[in-house]
Design a protein around this ligand. Sequence first.
Ligand SMILES: C[S@@+](CC[C@H](N)C(=O)[O-])C[C@H]1O[C@@H](n2cnc3c(N)ncnc32)[C@H](O)[C@@H]1O
Length: 354
Amino acid sequence: MAVHTHDDIDWAERIPTLRSADQLHAKTHAEIAARLVSRLADHPVVVDVGSGAGGMSAAFAAELACRGGGTLVLVDAVPELLDVAETVAKAAVEQTHTDAAGRTDPDDPAAVPRDTSSTGQQQIALEQARAELAGAAAAATVGRAHPGIEAVAGAALAGQVSIERVRADVASAELAHLVEPADLVWAASMVHHLPDQQAGIAGLVTALKPRGMLALVEGSPPTHCLPWDLGIGEPGLERRLLEVRDRWFKRMRTDMPNSVRMPYGWNIALVKAGLERVGSFSRLVDLPAPPDEVVRNYVIEHIAWLASAGDEFVTQEDRDVLRRLLDPEDPEYLGNREDIYVLGTQTVHFGWRR
Ligand SMILES: C[S@@+](CC[C@H](N)C(=O)[O-])C[C@H]1O[C@@H](n2cnc3c(N)ncnc32)[C@H](O)[C@@H]1O
């Protein structure tokens, strides 16, 4: 049977949107990866299921490298996404090794100064990934000398990270049949794309070692990024778009062949899957106006996605407004505004196998 997703979404087409979200969340991703990996044994196996454009894959890869190494397995149904995630994750490991090499030889005038901000590391990793995907030398776009093989080999502080990839539909196969036993299975915004979410969670749990952890990002409150009155059209556009998104989401779920409702929260789902010590935590994503380039790009991609996914539910008046907001040639272009921002959360639900 061909590998596919069940949601009728062209995921390869969504790569720019996923990448702009990854850039925006780089710091949050790094914090979450650090928190989760710190609770695992040495040299753990981490499986990123539905790895998308690889934002969390890169964060896990960097965290594993910083903590002495481990194995990262990327699982996705879409090969174009696996290509991007693998490239981004490898670039993050290389960056961590480069930073460590710089630290081991502080007197070397050619040593690369360490960028201690996770956002900086992730952005550099993304830039490198972009360059590699374009077939260019990775170092060409990051504006500094490539460290060279010797420096990377001399990166005594950073551990080796083995990165593997598996193309699979996780609704059709138990994860245990696809990957080696895992210390952590991570699935962000993926389970709600499976027809039977509870069965999907049960399938993910099969891959856990005893006392391994499953962590899901699901059910986070909606992100806000626009002022209530934009000066064109009826005020409250963003709230209407969020309603449209709910309608789109409901239709995506009900139109999925063999869709099963899950009429309870994610904590209950984890308990039903046999996990213990179930809990959740949330990270605030608070990037106030005025926006930098990362916020600007994210807001434009995010609003464009809300507009296109729910197009059939959007009124003609709002459609006309959205066309103007998303047109770089229009004076009302969102990218020219200084009052756009991002306020959102990432909620992680977790539980441990006995
Ligand atoms: C919304 S994206 C989330 C990507 C990433 N985890 C993130 O948080 O940005 C959903 C991902 O799940 C993958 N996916 C959806 N259904 C899948 C399935 N049945 N099996 C494997 N991957 C699937 C998609 O290809 C996509 O990469």
